[in-house]
Each structure stands twice: as structure tokens, then as C-alpha cells.
Design a protein around this ligand. Structure first.
Ligand code: NAD
Length: 479
């Protein structure tokens, strides 16, 4: 099929490349000329594992443009994947969506077109998009559908090719049929699996959830709010665990093995970040408020999440007593591993809190430092090319992003180069006993340095502790 994608960011680019890989003819459109120039020159504007290889494989079916006149008239399906960032009142900024919808209307071709909203938008936005397109194209033959995206940055290709479900929300039978045709190779899993991936065991076909527009829009918000809730729930339990002397890793394992609950998103730590959880939970609360409804559970998940960042500072203060003039090293800047996305990254928030208290902050990230330098010029961070340099003359180290390569750092060398061997593992990435053997005063958000040593002795008696959950369970993936 002939498909255009409006907005070539994390979602639009991944969607476009995957659909082209599946054999569709795809045009990716963006108003950012630099981005399109880069893509035309064969360079990717984002870091996403596997995307480079898949783009190369899909290239015969893929092109990039900045022109609506070029992308829209001949498309049978036009996806909208522009950003919908939060405004200060919690509602998403829909100005990019409005501009995209109006321009799609201006350039609509004579054939029937399905306009698919992939951006995460408040419930009711599908109807609004329809009215905007209709205003620009009073005689246009089109229908609007909602097809929310659930990919996680860092495993976006895998999530797109092997999704848990595909949600198609529309009131038009014709639009639904066209989207079902578009997604058939995915639904039936009829494609050659790229060499860097393997199909999840037992995945025969992908369920399609066909709904009306409003339900599809609600599914996306409700799913993200639930995931945010799970992260905050375990963090709330972790705070109590610290007070009563329980070990949160063991508690989480004991909870997560219950299949009704599941182990994922139950890793206590610094909490979630990224472009979606914060914005989507804010939007849900604010949509509810416009109907005079409160959503106390979602609101609490938000406040617990943001409090975790404050707790990092409190923990450091508790150990160091004074932050003014101290040097703190941050390992990791991206909001989760395997991405360079810094939107709502806890590391940036923590760095701001520390510098405002007079601390010097050194930082390292394997892929996000260039973006940080470009987008956080106001933040006086000292960037270190090698992760080990973050430790030099530092009074404390904080693991903020659980990049797996941090496990293999020269920890001995790092400890000896520090002024004070204090290590706050904000993600439960490292093995406590190993770090203590190296000579660190190791602690987490749910245990002080001394309590951690006591807990370590108890934990050593528990079989299978440590790596029971995969990296994505450790992360707070943003969707
Ligand atoms: P992004 O900021 O990476 O990309 C958005 C792109 O849209 C940018 O390249 C921008 O230049 C372009 N754009 C803006 N206005 C445009 C216009 N009028 N015409 C053409 N292009 C335009 O955003 P993203 O992370 O890809 O998110 C896009 C949407 O998908 C958001 O609503 C987000 O909530 C949702 N979402 C994101 C993720 C994720 O992990 N990033 C996951 C699921 C859903």
C-alpha cells in the first residue's frame, strides 16, 4: 500500500521504516529540514538499536520529504505521528497536530484516504482532526482512525514488528478494512525476521483490538497510566520497606511471581521518565478534571514518581551532610538505556536539584551526551568521555540509567580515584556484595549505606536474587 507518515521522530521514523520493511511504499514527512536532510544522506537523527540496519533493508520502499504536496495526494493511508508535548496546565499541546491535520486536508488526493492518528492525544481528538481536515477539504473522501502506538524506545523495532496487540479505533468500516490490510503481514507474522531479532517464542499472530475512536484513544492513556502506577507502587512500598527493615528486591520478587501481578515494572528505584508517562498521566488527570472527575490514583502515581528524584538528593544529603562544593558523578543521562532521549530524564532533574544546592555535577552517558550538550546549555554539567572519569575526585556516584555496560566498569580504579567511596545505585543495577568488596559504601533509594550492608548478609541466603528481571523491567520505559 501507499503510506505517508507525517512526523519523522521516534515513532514516525520507526513506523515508517517497519512498514517499508514489510513491503509498503512509504514516504516519511517532517517539517524539520535538517532531520530530512540527515535521513536522505543516510544518517539517523536518533539512536535506536537496529534502526540503521532496518532502514538500510527498507530503503528501496522508503523516501523522505518536507513537502505535503509530495507526500499526501497519492497516499491511501496517512499516519500522523507529530509530537504532543505537555503544556504547563497538563493538557497536551496540540498545535503540531492541528497544523498537520490542516495541511493533510489541503493536499488530500481524489481517492479515499485513511488519516490515522498515531500521536498520543486526548480522548475526542479524532473527531477534532476530522473536523479540521473537513474544513480544509469539504469534499474530501477520507475517514479518521486512531491507532495508538505502544513501542518502547530502546526496543522500538522489536515492539513494532512483534507487538502485543494492534488497536484500531474508527467508526468507518472502510478505514478499518484498509488498516487491517496494511497490518496483515504483522498480524499474521508473515515477514522475514531481521537478522538482529528473533520472533518471540509462541507468537503465531498478533491480536487486533477493533474499537470506536474514543475507546482507542483511551486505551493508550489508560495503559500508560497503569504502567506508571506499577512503578510508583513499588517505589512507595520500597520507602516503607526501608523503614521496617525489609529488602525491597525480595519483596518485589515475591510479589511479581504472582501471575496476576507480573514481575515487570516492579523494580524500585529513581522512577520513570521519558516523553510519555509524565505527559500522558497529566493529560488523563486533566481530561478527567474537565468532566469534574478526580483521578486520585493516577495523581498519586505522578507525585510518588517525582518524589523519587527528590529522594536521591535527600539520600546524598543524608550521607554527605553538605552538598555545597561537593562533586557528584552521574552515570547515565538518558531516561532509560538504549536510547538517547532526554525528555523528562530523571538525570537532568537530579542534576538541576544538585547544582542549585551548590554541587558540581559530572556526567556520562554512552549515547546521549551530544543531545544533552545541545539541549541543556543552561545546566552546568561537566561531561566525561569515559564513564570512569565521572568518579575522579567525586564525593559520590549515582547510577541514574541502567546501561548494562556500567556493570563492567573498572570499579576498583573508580573507587580509588574518588574522594569519598559513596555509591548510590538508583536502579538496582549493581551487585551490592561485589561493590562492597571493592570498598564502596553502597546504598540504594530503599536502604542507607549501613542498612544495605546488613541486608546484604540476609540477601545472600536468597536463591536467584539479582537478575530475576530483564533490563526492560529495570527501566521505566516511556511509551
Ligand atoms: P518526536 O518529537 O520524536 O517527533 C515528532 C516529529 O514531528 C518531529 O520530528 C517534528 O519535527 C515533527 N513535526 C512537528 N510538527 C509537524 C508537522 N506539522 N508536520 C510534519 N512534521 C511535524 O516525537 P515522538 O517521540 O515520535 O512522539 C510522537 C507521538 O507519539 C507523541 O504523541 C507521543 O506521545 C507518541 N508516542 C511516543 C512514544 C515514544 O516512545 N517516543 C511511544 C508511543 C507514543
Amino acid at each position: 500500500m501507499n503510506v505517508s507518515i507525517v512526523g519523522t521522530g521516534y515513532v514516525g521514523l520507526t513506523t515508517g521504516v517497519c512498514l517499508a520493511y514489510l513491503g509498503h511504499t512509504v514516504t516519511c514527512l517532517d517539517t524539520d529540514e535538517k532531520k530530512i536532510e540527515m535521513l536522505r544522506a543516510g544518517r539517523l537523527p536518533i539512536y535506536e538499536p537496529g534502526l540503521e540496519e532496518l532502514t538500510a533493508a527498507a530503503l528501496p520502499n522508503l523516501r523522505f520529504t518536507t513537502s505535503y504536496a509530495d507526500a499526501v495526494p497519492s497516499a491511501e493511508v496517512v499516519f500522523i505521528a507529530v509530537g504532543t508535548p505537555s503544556r504547563t496546565d497538563g493538557n497536551p499541546d496540540l498545535s503540531y497536530l492541528r497544523a498537520a491535520a490542516m495541511l493533510i486536508g489541503d493536499f488530500l488526493g481524489p481517492g479515499f484516504t485513511v488519516i490515522v492518528n498515531k500521536s498520543t492525544v486526548p480522548i475526542g481528538t479524532g473527531n477534532w482532526v476530522e473536523s479540521l481536515v473537513r474544513e480544509a477539504a469539504p469534499d474530501g473522501r477520507f475517514a479518521v482512525a486512531s491507532n495508538p502506538e505502544f513501542l518502547r524506545e530502546g526496543s522500538a523495532i522489536e515492539d513494532s514488528l512483534f507487538p502485543d496487540r494492534i488497536v484500531i479505533g474508527t467508526d468507518s468500516a472502510r478505514a478499518r478494512e484498509l488498516l487491517e490490510t496494511l497490518y496483515r503481514p504483522l498480524v499474521e507474522q508473515r515477514f522475514a525476521v531481521p537478522p538482529f531479532l528473533s520472533r518471540p517464542a509462541g507468537l503465531g499472530s498478533v491480536p487486533v483490538v477493533a474499537t470506536d475512536l474514543a475507546s482507542a484513544e483511551m486505551i493508550k492513556y489508560a495503559a500508560n497510566a497503569f504502567l506508571a502506577l506499577k512503578i510508583s507502587y513499588i517505589n512507595e512500598i520500597a520507602e516503607l520497606a526501608e523503614k521496617v527493615g525489609a529488602e525491597i528486591g525480595q519483596v518485589a520478587k515475591g510479589i511479581g511471581l504472582d501471575r496476576r501481578i507480573g514481575a515487570r515494572f516492579l523494580q524500585a528505584g529513581i522512577g520513570g521518565g521519558g516523553s510519555c508517562f509524565g505527559k500522558d498521566t497529566a493529560a488523563l488527570v486533566s481530561t478527567a478534571a474537565s468532566y469534574k472527575l478526580e483521578m486520585p490514583i493516577v495523581a498519586a502515581a505522578r507525585s510518588v514518581n517525582y518524589r523519587q528524584r527528590e529522594r536521591v538528593v535527600e539520600k546524598l544529603l543524608g550521607e554527605l551532610k553538605i552538598l555545597q562544593g561537593r562533586t557528584i558523578g552521574l552515570l547515565g543521562l538518558a531516561f532509560k538505556p538504549f536510547t538517547d532521549d532526554l525528555r523528562e530524564a530523571p538525570a537532568l532533574d537530579i542534576a538541576r536539584k544538585l547544582t542549585s544546592r551548590g554541587a558540581r555535577v559530572k556526567a556520562h552517558d554512552p549515547v546521549a551526551m551530544q543531545k544533552a550538550k545541545a539541549s541543556c546549555a543552561d545546566l552546568p554539567l561537566i561531561y566525561c568521555e569515559r564513564a570512569e572519569q565521572v568518579a575522579e575526585n567525586a564525593d559520590a556516584l549515582v547510577v541514574v540509567t541502567e546501561w548494562p555496560q556500567y556493570e563492567a566498569l573498572a570499579w576498583e580504579e573508580m573507587r580509588t580515584s574518588m574522594r569519598n567511596p559513596l555509591l548510590l545505585d538508583g536502579r538496582g543495577l549493581l551487585e551490592r556484595q561485589r561493590m562492597e568488596r571493592v570498598g564502596f559504601r553502597y546504598f540504594t533509594l530503599s536502604s542507607g549505606a549501613r542498612a544495605a550492608m546488613k541486608a546484604a548478609a540476609a540477601a545472600s541466603a536468597v536463591v536467584g536474587r539479582g537478575k530475576w528481571s530483564g533490563p526492560e523491567a529495570l527501566a521505566a520505559p516511556g511509551r
